[in-house]
Design a protein around this ligand. Sequence first.
Ligand code: NDP
Length: 446
Amino acid sequence: MSSYVERVYEHVVEKNESQPEFHQAVKEVLESLIPVFEKEPRFEKYKILERITEPERVIMFRVPWVNDNGDIQVNRGFRVQFNSAIGPYKGGLRFHPSVNLGIIKFLGFEQIFKNSLTGIAMGGGKGGSDFDPKGKSDNEVMRFCQSLMTELFRYVGGRIDVPAGDIGVGAREIGYLYGQWKKITQSYEPVLTGKSLEFGGSLIRPEATGYGSVYFALEMLKANNEEIKGKTCLVSGKGNVAQYTTEKCIELGAKVVTLSDSGGFIYDPEGITKEKLDYVFELENVRRGRIKEYAEEYGVDFYPGERPWKIKADIAFPSATQNEIDGKVAKILVDNGIIAVSEGANMPSTAEAIDIFHENKIMFGPGKAGNAGGVATSGLEMAQNFSFTSWNRNTVDKKLHDIMINIHKTAYNAAKDYGETGNYVLGANIAGFKKVANAMILQGHW
Ligand code: NDP
């Protein structure tokens, strides 16, 4: 590590105790930026790292709500407004029992560079709660969302901070949150994205993260004279990102053989067909069931408590949660002949895993590039809302595809400029960072 990066990283660890995921994300970004500081000392002079690793604002609040038995429940809500140098704070809300300040800060920090990479004017933020929507009735989820927004509304707005979905927050939750925001403010503006089509949602937003992750993989493959058609793919998760990653892979002639949730994974050697995927949509989005039921329905194997990575395949799309692939697992993937990994989830691979992919010349698309299609299409949703219009499916899909091609090109060229062609981690971090850092310098010391 350079002395500047080392100093800042040590300070971050010291000042943010018990936030290992945040430390991990900061370390990954800062280490890859070392060549930038060697070439451009002004970033150190302006104390950009000291400033960019400290959120502009952290909001933490009580979320009381009443369950169906009439008992009062109390959860904790978070919104981290990390950086607004290039646009309003933008980033999802995550509802999951594992949520804590460190996880929200890691996600918000990553979001700064991801949003910058999209080329759209969006700053970085993230929020959520340790609320667990699993097993809750619609009414309980609604009361929780209303309570959360009763506090959060003070801090968000279409030109201030625009939350969206993430783990545990889909169209249902966004609808309840938006309804409460509108009731309090009597206003119309794109304060949330991922809305339903009836009240300002964008076509292709539900599909965007998964489709985008596949579009990014296509570009990596193309750069290496490979194609996706005929390839066997591993997908983890069974939620929003996993579903649409699978859909796009099937459409492009690839075979997806796995899906998972926190209970385990299914292995369907024949491949998940369009019909079987319709079953998953219904299972996850309507019945809110478990992936184990897929194995029972189609007579395939279910591996309880395991993740899909031991299955032999060509391409992996980790699309569930952080730290799903450590060094040991990365080694298994490499030994099994994987050629590419495109991250749909945020930080699913540990630093050790990424090193193994790079050492073995595996095409590796980090989440901040691979899954940026979601937030980019949220940006497109905001653009449509601000101009009171809506674009058709093909228009949005074409824009998404172009954005992903451009993100690939930007990351590829940045890595090439620094003599590391094919290192998308380096390329994405450098390109995302420089725009934000330059904007911070141009706007003075704040
Ligand atoms: P969903 O809630 O729709 O699905 C999440 C899936 O991951 C579920 O199958 C869930 O299983 C599984 N999962 C969650 N936590 C764990 C865990 N600790 N261990 C094992 N499995 C787990 O979320 P999304 O699909 O929206 O998000 C998935 C990933 O993609 C996240 O990392 C998110 O940050 C990232 N992402 C999402 C974007 C979006 O537009 N939705 C945009 C950019 C990134 P179970 O049901 O058992 O909990």
